[in-house]
Design a protein around this ligand. Structure first.
Ligand code: CAA
Length: 257
């Protein structure tokens, strides 16, 4: 059984996925992405899992696509790359994903981090899209998501020069939401996931979808989606429970329905 991904939990509603290819700085080969994809299938099907944290090691979140594997693929191989389906699987995951990023998050590693809904980085984190140094370009969302996260000027600079930015710069640019001491990054990401895990699951799911809509639709469409989602929640038992608990000055007991 391959072990490119370590899976822990769910504990307090949170599963922790640790990328585990230390010999290649967690380079994302097909096997690793396949294991991540399968782990997300399980996490989606499990009602006890309310959020997922993805992390790597202190040295590297992930140093990109596996260059050796990529070198063995020709044009047709890239066109039919099974990794595409795995990337789409991550995009489709309906529960919150928090990335706990230490060390290098480069190329596909930066792209994986940007597939997360919340990005928490350690002080030693380094972000970049160095594909240009290999005569290629980002292919798993790097040009699109980076541009949406940090704006076109910085995205263009990173994509065209292959330069890296540190955690401080990434925070300032809006790529990540928090910086932690490196040894506390995973703990902090888990804490955030645990907080989310206490909320009403349907509200979390629709709120995640609505925030993503802001990135890929015009304002009027996004606002319409938000209103429909908000209205849909009016039919849930958890909404009734949340409002009642407030009025009764107690903690709500959400059931996911
Ligand atoms: N693929 C395969 N192996 C990799 C790798 C990668 N992306 N990144 C690092 N490794 C391997 C190295 O080859 C090395 O293996 P050996 O010990 O067998 O030689 C091991 O990991 C340790 O790496 P280094 O000795 O290079 O470590 P370092 O600390 O000196 O440098 C680094 C770290 C700056 C991240 C450097 O490893 C590096 O530049 N890696 C490549 C980064 C990169 O170009 N990423 C983009 C890949 S393309 C892509 O991502 C496209 C896409 O998704 C669509």
């Amino acid at each position: 059984m391959p072990n490119n991904l370590l899976i822990q939990g769910p504990e307090k509603g949170v599963r922790l996925f640790t990328l585990n290819r230390p010999e290649a700085l967690n380079a994302l080969n097909t096997a690793l992405l396949g294991e991540l994809s399968a782990a997300l299938d399980d996490a989606e099907a499990d009602p006890a899992t309310r959020a997922v944290v993805i992390t790597g090691s202190e040295k590297a979140f992930a140093a990109g696509a596996d260059i050796n594997e990529m070198a063995a693929r020709d044009l047709v191989g890239i066109l039919e790359d099974p990794r595409q389906a795995h990337w789409q699987r991550i995009t489709r995951f309906p529960k919150p994903i928090i990335a706990a990023i230490n060390g290098f998050a480069l190329g596909g590693g930066c792209e994986l981090a940007m597939h997360a809904d919340i990005l928490i980085a350690g002080e030693n984190a380094r972000f970049g899209q160095p594909e240009i140094n290999l005569g290629i370009m980002p292919g798993a969302g790097g040009t699109q998501r980076l541009c949406r996260a940090v704006g076109s000027s910085l995205a263009m600079q990173l994509v065209l020069t292959g330069e890296q930015i540190n955690a401080e710069r990434a925070l300032q640019a809006g790529l990540i939401s928090e910086i932690c001491p490196t040894e506390l990054t995973v703990e902090r990401a888990i804490k955030i996931a645990e907080i989310i895990a206490t909320k009403a699951p349907l509200a979390v799911r629709l709120a995640k979808e609505a925030v993503h809509k802001a990135e890929d639709t015009d304002l009027a469409t996004g606002l319409r989606f938000e209103r429909h989602a908000f209205t849909l929640l009016a039919g849930t038992a958890d909404r009734a429970e949340g409002l009642k608990a407030f009025q009764e000055k107690r903690k709500p007991q959400f059931k996911g329905c």
